[in-house]
Design a protein around this ligand. Sequence first.
Ligand code: SAM
Ligand code: SF4
Length: 465
Amino acid sequence: MTTAPAPAPATGSASVQSTDDPPYAPPYQSYVYAYPHKTAYRELPDRPALRELWAGEPQHALSLYLHIPFCEVRCGFCNLFTRIGGPDGLTTAYLDALERQADAVRAALDEGARFALAAFGGGTPTYLGAAELERLCDIAEHRMGADLRAVPLSVEASPATATADRLAVLAERGTTRLSLGVQSFVDAEARSAVRPQKRADVEAALDRIRAAGFPVLNIDLIYGIDGQTEASWLHSLDAALAWQPEELYLYPLYVRPLTGLARRGEAESPAQWDARRLALYRSGRDHLLAHGYEQVSMRMFRRAAAPQAGVSEYACQTDGMVGLGCGARSYTSRLHYSFDYAVDATEVRRIIDDYVATETFDRAVVGRAMTPAEARRRHLVQSLLQAEGVALAEYRARFGSTPGEDFPAELAAFTARGWLADGADGSDGAGRLRLSPEGLAHSDAVGPMLFSPEVRTLMAEYEAK
Ligand SMILES: C[S@@+](CC[C@H](N)C(=O)[O-])C[C@H]1O[C@@H](n2cnc3c(N)ncnc32)[C@H](O)[C@@H]1O
Ligand code: SF4
């Protein structure tokens, strides 16, 4: 974690830092969509059998996640586990491996196991052709037993790969939420983010997606791109709003090690960039609130009265996520596990090649044990970062205590910064512990402050590859 001087206030008013003020916490430390982060996972020397890991776990409402680690391009900002292209039948070999893994995982679950949610993520699932997407759905339905037409199914897509034939397959198989990565409607900004894409192609993709009739369209946008101004940001937001998406995700740009943008020079100081991202966040949030959207979390906005048809970013509050594919995580109440993780292209290719060459998938190889103390942190992190906050009664029912009793130092630090909504022990009088608007704006600082010392150390020791 780096320290930097306090950024200039977004409003332009003078700010005076008194000696009693808490130290500056950079607002953009990490996007905590799951706790603990994969960089805290390590090789599991005993390689526990999946059958043992899943024995005794509640399995009446599992989540199913299938990961497709292929893209047409590698965007300059992206550190997701993915590679460019799938040459020489690699996508076929990957689907073959997914089938083997699905069989092994299904055999480890109870006979009565049921899935309540499903998602295909990436990478870019729609990198697969129409026939391959049929096969992917067959794996979820016939091998895993998920009834895709009866449960919410969310699928990620990029504009160029959202072709009519692929969308038709996804719609017919029961996709309820189609999430499109747009990032910016301004061609110069897409270029600057190293995302080769033309606005006309984005508009055409949105037209095809709306024609396919998915109940929920989500659009991903990024703020903080070099050259992006408040006016150009609002222009992108308006271009997105013209499609009346049921959901919008506004992502602050991160430049992470080993990505294309990380190899470029810095155009502004870290503090200036923090201040610009915070200002763009505020104007974007206010714009969406004024256009009838409600804020679900720092990143997520939902059109009022829109259906909830997907797996939201914090939907993993309960245990029981079954991930298939080499970048997918799985969660039981006692262990979070996955495969090896990398960003560097050569390493990603090696891990995918190892995955497709694997014959038996009946053991967990990389992961992190979930202790009762970590389960409390996880619950707190994942619910506090949502606008609706932590339901205190739910927390007490699960853990027999309150967040104030379990995390006094952390909550005091948030209070000192004005990051908690009003209320005695931080509760708002409605039985919830919630972030204030400033706290929500600083979600990517709040989350890391709740990491346990052990997880913090593991993440710091992790060597990016
Ligand atoms: C799996 S992608 C979406 C689907 C598809 N692959 C695409 O790019 O169109 C997930 C989203 O994460 C966001 N994202 C990824 N890396 C980011 C970064 N470094 N900074 C900000 N947002 C990022 C982008 O908005 C991206 O659309
Ligand atoms: S942003 Fe999407 S298309 Fe670009 S590299 Fe990442 S996963 Fe692939």
